[in-house]
Design a protein around this ligand. Structure first.
Ligand code: GAR
Length: 204
């Protein structure tokens, strides 16, 4: 087998998407990959502790009042030091600077808890619930310089039930996020897909 693809995970919070990715790597659902490093901008992020418990390299790189570009430069250096080839934002609640995105062209993925382009930004599940949508879901996309805008890799949908509140809906979406992220990473690493305009399609 060829050298494993090295994933870098960026997170800010609980890290359930990171754990789903880690489980999928371990189970071979993301073939020929390994998690090279987990980085958080919050030293007390539960996801960082979970990564350490799993024996993964997990580091906090906090902004500490630095400008965004300076903070990002420290993260880029850590990703390069760990020879990361694909970056997965997993609840990383900080905008990336243009320099960060340019350092890893089409090599940064994000998961967002809505069917983009609907409901970009914060609290997407609550936005969708309050809007009254009947179908909700999640999107895994490449990161570009606009918020929640990059090329869509895949989406998964869930129904919105009459009995839902925004919390029950969020939980239903999160379960799909965990499936979607692993599938999207496997798709990107497979090398079987290409970008055509804004479409991410299987090679002919
Ligand atoms: C997830 O729902 C993810 O889609 C969302 O944050 C949550 C992180 O949960 N991300 C965004 O809203 C990004 N705009 P997790 O820490 O348990 O993976």
């Amino acid at each position: 087998m060829s050298t494993p693809h090295r994933l870098g995970i960026l997170l800010s919070g609980r890290g359930s998407n990171f754990l789903a990715i880690a489980d999928s790597v371990a189970a071979g659902r993301i073939p020929n990959a390994e998690i090279a490093v987990v980085i958080s901008n919050k030293a007390d992020a539960p996801g960082l502790a979970a990564a350490r418990e799993r024996g993964l390299t997990a580091i906090a790189i906090e902004a500490n009042g630095r400008k965004r570009a300076e903070h990002d430069a420290a993260i880029i250096a850590a990703l390069k030091e760990h020879h990361v080839g694909l970056i997965c934002l997993a609840g990383y609640m900080r905008l990336l600077s243009p320099g960060f995105i340019q350092a890893f062209p089409q090599r940064i993925l994000n998961i967002h808890p809505s069917l983009l382009p609907a409901f970009p930004g914060l609290d997407a599940q609550h936005q969708a619930f309050d809007y009254g949508v009947k179908i909700a879901g999640c999107t895994v996309h490449f990161v570009d310089e606009q918020l929640d805008h990059g090329i869509i890799i895949l989406q998964r949908t869930v129904p919105v039930h009459e009995t839902d509140d925004s919390h029950t809906l969020s939980a239903r979406i999160l379960a799909e996020e965990h499936i979607a992220y692993a599938d999207a990473i496997a798709r990107v690493l497979s090398g079987n897909y290409v970008i055509e305009g804004r479409r991410y399609v299987r090679k002919q």
